[in-house]
Design a protein around this ligand. Structure first.
Ligand code: PNS
Length: 163
């Protein structure tokens, strides 16, 4: 049986940190579904789910169909069941991530004990990379080179130029 994992997140926008986690997760599972969260009621993301998926696709052209892309809303554990995945992958950065991630992993396990969360330590180069900070820097016309791929930086520039 294929080992299938969900890599969920808001990815608004995808960073090199996320891309590193996807590539490394392919060393431990057979398939990864990158699941972009959205809120059908009130979408307060900068990029649409499709734009976020497009940015991943553009960066991960070499991985083939072991990486799939989707968007979801509602409970993550329900989505994982729907995808027949028993593994949720999350990246862990600084200590500040731990509390939130620990809480979420335990809540998810409480709801669906057959689904396991696996944490991958972020690459050292991405320890402080966060989509939220990338957006803030880009919105103030700062340099985001090295944090996100050049095509993502270009899309950020385009979005903020329109605002
Ligand atoms: O990249 P993020 O914003 O840290 O990702 C958070 C995400 C999408 C994993 C989390 O918000 C989530 O799982 N949302 C779906 C709703 C859900 O299942 N909530 C209960 C969590 S215990």
């Amino acid at each position: 049986m294929k080992r299938r994992a969900i890599y969920p997140g808001s990815f608004d926008p995808p960073t090199y940190g996320h891309i590193d986690i996807i590539r490394r997760s392919l060393q431990i599972v057979d398939e990864v579904v990158v699941a972009v969260v959205y809120n059908p009621q009130k979408d307060n993301f900068l990029f649409t789910p499709q734009e976020r998926i497009d940015m991943f696709r553009q960066e991960l052209t070499d991985v083939g169909d072991r990486v799939q892309y989707d968007n979801f809303h509602g409970l993550l554990v329900d989505y994982a069941d729907k995808q027949q995945a028993r593994i949720i992958i999350r990246g862990l950065r600084a200590v500040s991530d731990f509390d939130y991630e620990f809480q979420m992993a335990l809540m998810n396990r409480r709801m669906k004990p057959h689904i396991e969360t696996i944490f991958l330590m972020t690459g050292a180069a991405h320890f402080y990379t966060a989509s939220r900070l990338v957006k803030e820097i880009a919105s103030l016309d700062g340099n985001v080179d090295g944090l996100v791929p050049p095509h993502v930086a270009a899309r950020l520039k385009e979005k903020f130029a329109k605002r």
